[in-house]
Design a binder for this molecule. Sequence first.
Ligand code: SF4
Length: 260
Amino acid sequence: MTSKGYDPIALTAATEKVVVDGTRRKYVQLGRPLRFYGGTTSATEVGCNLRCKFCFSDKPVWKPKETGKFYSPQEVFNGLAKSARKHGHKIISASASEGTIGREHLMELLDLVEESEFVYVLETNGMTLGNDPEYVQALSKYSRLHARVSIKGDSPEMFHELTGAHPDSYELPYKALRYLIDSSVSTNACLMASFSDGEGIKRVQRKLMEIHPGILKSLEIEKITLFPKVAQRLRAYKLKPESVRRDCNKTKQLNSYNCN
Ligand code: SF4
């Protein structure tokens, strides 16, 4: 690994010290309705192992110590289930941070989901899973799990510029997808493409094709929304997106956009 940038795996361990306590993990809230996947209920997690300069999430990522409270897997499940049943949602998830942080917490939460009527969407940037095939193997016992793996940018250099992490870590979400497919875990990829041109998007598509041609069918192309804090951060880093989300009139919903 090059010496340029931080190591997301080391940041995972450091973040877990702050946002994980035994099987409890920090959250800001435990269940609100979102429009994604045709209607879903999502909790807001605290703690990420990347520092994307375009991230809307703010305090859960940048100030985990001062943000949120610790909840047990049962409390999180109860919060999600209550809101999902009220709104008639079958899909539950957690967003605004990294979903794989706190493995024991996640596994206990998935144990509860497995006995329920819900499907849990694991929002992940693929750092942890790409680094740990055994973690992916452990997840393969869950039939009510879907992993959505988000790729940040279209090259190792762009990944480094956007996240500040080692360029080598760019490969981890691709490895995560390979492990998930090999372990028969339901999964799809999502590309954060606001800083990419057509050739960059094609490059990612080619890499995904090499893993499994089927993954292209479910590839999501994601664009950032220029909330004031995001725009300010991008200006400070002299980063200019090629394209952004335009439908930002529903600020409340978009604030909850499934990051990761
Ligand atoms: S965009 Fe996602 S992966 Fe990046 S810092 Fe925000 S929550 Fe973490």
